[in-house]
Design a protein around this ligand. Structure first.
Ligand SMILES: O=P(O)(O)OC[C@H]1O[C@H](O)[C@H](O)[C@@H](O)[C@@H]1O
Length: 430
């Protein structure tokens, strides 16, 4: 995996950063790296996530899921960090086992998914670090009932990934469900390389060791200089650009298989860095599709965006057939991959021509190893950015406020946050 910073330099784009600025920043990267390494060594909350390539036991995960013979499908019931990592992996990789995610409580979507599946051939993976998230527990109760109604022994087809305590743990123990532990000290959005993210991939038959190997390769590249580490290069430059007003970061992979990756990145970046009036708003885009919609804004709208373009340098290709139409002759004999690359490079050039900084991230391939590299590098980039911005990367009090309010509204406890809901101002126009 490599990160190309050429288009963020002020020699490419007038609103970019100078090499001198990057060199000055590199001194701060060295200090931040030292702090991160200390946090990892002391197994501090959050920093521990960067140790997962060596602390995760892939055999234990495989062993836990091996009790389910030949499922057709796996439903992961979880939300946020308890769903997006697994979804990023299974959506990016091909498998004969279909992976679904119940990460919302839209009744129509839940009912439609459950109606469409043969539940006797489906495995249910319930994931919640806290074991108390209302959406996850509610969806699980619905799934469990649907299985029972279909004459399926739900307890036989369910496993749980959760922490040491919480309602989900109690429920799993009561029904003697197989349990995978979530690692201590790893917030959900940093947990893709643990039981939380890898179990669904293991059920789908993906090579979870290769995912960890890819992550380990990027772990080995962390160093005290942004010029030696793709992860730190990305984190440091994103921070430097945010300081210059690029307060939005459009994550734009040129691979449909990475569409969910942008969602995962959005949680990582928003929940970790959006604090104390600071942060960089992640935007989700997909190349080449969004070249024909959002690119207008990225190139000509407010000068507040970093665009991150991601592509694989190797991919399976499809030839474009020759045609006798003169106007289309330029396409014939070429391939969809060549067209996609041309679109990618044209987007970069068009942004630079309008003085809009952008970063290129290239993987060799969207496979297990490449995904491991990409996900680990983005996590390390985020941790570095958090150090440089001096925010508490690993907490999410703003999200928890809303969780308490919703629980209070449903009668799940006495939470003062719920009172604020009743105080809503109204100015209704009909
Ligand atoms: O894993 P859980 O405890 O169910 O939490 C699921 C999600 O809940 C909240 O929204 C947190 O802010 C997220 O970071 C977390 O990933």
């Amino acid at each position: 995996m490599q990160v190309d910073l050429g288009n963020v330099l002020d020699t490419a784009s007038a609103h970019g950063v100078s090499r001198e600025t990057l060199e000055r920043l590199d001194g701060r990267v060295a200090d931040a790296h030292e702090r991160i390494e200390q946090g990892r060594e002391d197994n501090e909350h959050g920093y521990e996530a960067l140790n997962l390539p060596s602390t995760t036991d892939p055999d234990a995960i495989r062993e836990a899921v091996s009790r389910f013979d030949d499922p057709n499908a796996v439903i992961t019931v979880g939300i946020g960090g308890s769903a997006l990592g697994a979804a990023t992996l299974t959506d990016a990789l091909d498998s004969d086992v279909d992976a679904y995610y119940l990460d919302n409580v839209d009744p129509e979507a839940v009912a439609s998914l459950l109606d469409s599946l043969d539940l006797s051939q489906t495995v249910v993976n319930v994931v919640s670090r806290s074991g108390t998230t209302a959406e996850t527990l509610a969806n699980f109760l619905v799934v469990r009932e649907a299985m029972a109604d279909a004459g399926v022994d739900w307890a036989d087809r369910t496993f749980v990934t959760t922490g040491e305590e919480g309602n989900l743990r109690d429920l799993a123990e009561k029904h003697d469900l197989p349990l995978l532990p979530v690692p201590d000290g790893v917030p959900g959005r940093f947990s893709v390389l643990s039981t939380v993210g890898l179990a669904a991939a293991a059920i789908c038959g993906h090579d979870i060791e290769a995912i960890l190997d890819g992550a380990a390769a990027q772990e080995a590249r962390l160093s005290d200089s942004l010029f030696d580490s793709p992860a730190y290069a990305y984190g440091a430059v994103s921070f430097a650009l945010a300081e210059r007003g690029m307060l939005q970061n459009a994550m734009m992979p040129y691979a449909e298989s990475l569409e969910t990756f942008s969602e995962w990145f959005a949680q990582l970046w928003a929940e970790s860095l959006g604090k104390d009036g600071l942060g960089q708003t992640p935007l989700r885009a997909l190349g080449a599709t969004d070249q024909h919609s959002q690119l207008q804004l990225y190139r000509a709208g407010p000068r507040d965006k970093l665009v991150t373009l991601v592509r694989a340098t190797e991919r399976d290709d499809v030839a474009i057939p020759e045609t006798d139409l003169d106007g289309l002759a330029y396409l014939g004999g070429s391939s969809l991959s060549e067209l996609l690359d041309a679109e990618f490079e044209a987007t970069e050039a068009s942004l630079v021509a309008a003085d809009r900084p952008n970063v290129r991230i290239e993987l060799e391939r969207v496979d297990e190893y490449g995904l491991g590299e990409l996900l680990y590098a983005m996590e390390a980039a985020c941790v570095l950015y958090g150090e440089l911005a001096n925010v508490d990367t690993f907490v999410q009090p703003a999200v928890e406020w809303g969780k308490r309010a919703a629980r209070g509204l449903l009668g799940g406890g006495d939470f003062e946050e719920a009172d604020a809901v009743a105080d809503k101002e109204r100015l209704v126009v009909e």
